[in-house]
Design a protein. Structure first.
Length: 209
């Protein structure tokens, strides 16, 4: 039996940092089958490689991945083929999968995809609720949407159904209308004062005559 230690550890992910893996290459010598020797070594070293069950996979934090094969399997499949048995697993794998954790990787990938889809769905639902300007029809920006529903000491937005640009134009139109109204009222007061002055002057003329 040849023993070799290879530093082929995948990058640790989510609490699954392991020791460097150990590769055991068994060669049939004498009457003892290589397979039975593998199982015996696996049983004797269980505490060093046995993982902890997670949700559909195992975690191997602080454990030592032990991978075994035989010269016969290496000759048949080569180092890139399914010639390697990781202690604790049922099927043979290629070397990278044997020292790695493909079921964990697949499970995490599925969770990430589910989270992405959930976020996309939430974003789509929120976007469907985004208000549009009652004047120009453009969608509110996030800031405008937030401001339109904010309450400032009991006072709401003056134009909650308008976008920023249309609100600015509406406020300017209201300012100009108020200014025009003030000027009209001032003009009326001046005309009324002039009329009263003219009337008073007529009375004074008649009184003197």
């Amino acid at each position: 039996m040849h023993v070799a230690e290879v530093d082929l550890r995948p990058e640790p992910q989510r609490g699954d940092a392991t020791h460097p893996p150990v590769l055991l290459v068994f060669n049939q010598v004498g009457k003892r089958p290589a397979l039975s020797q593998m199982k015996k070594v696996a049983a004797l070293t269980r505490e060093h490689w046995q993982g902890q069950a997670a949700d559909g996979f195992h975690l191997y934090k602080g454990k030592m991945p032990i991978v075994a094969t035989t010269l016969e399997l290496l000759r048949e499949h080569g180092p890139a083929g399914p010639a390697f048995w990781r202690f604790g697993r049922e099927d043979r794998q290629n070397l990278w999968d044997a020292i790695g954790n493909p079921r964990r990787d697949a499970a995490l990938a599925r969770r990430a995809e589910e989270a992405r889809r959930r976020l996309a769905q939430e974003a789509a639902e929120r976007e469907a609720q985004r208000p549009a300007c009652a004047d120009c029809g453009s969608k509110f920006t996030d800031d405008r949407w937030k401001a339109s529903i904010a309450v400032d000491w009991g006072r709401g937005d003056s134009h909650p159904h308008l976008c920023d640009d249309c609100k600015a134009r509406a406020l300017e139109a209201e300012r100009q209308a108020k200014q025009a109204e003030r000027e009209r009222q001032e003009q009326e007061r001046q005309e009324e004062a002039a009329a009263q002055a003219s009337k008073a002057g007529g009375w004074l003329g008649r009184w003197r005559s």
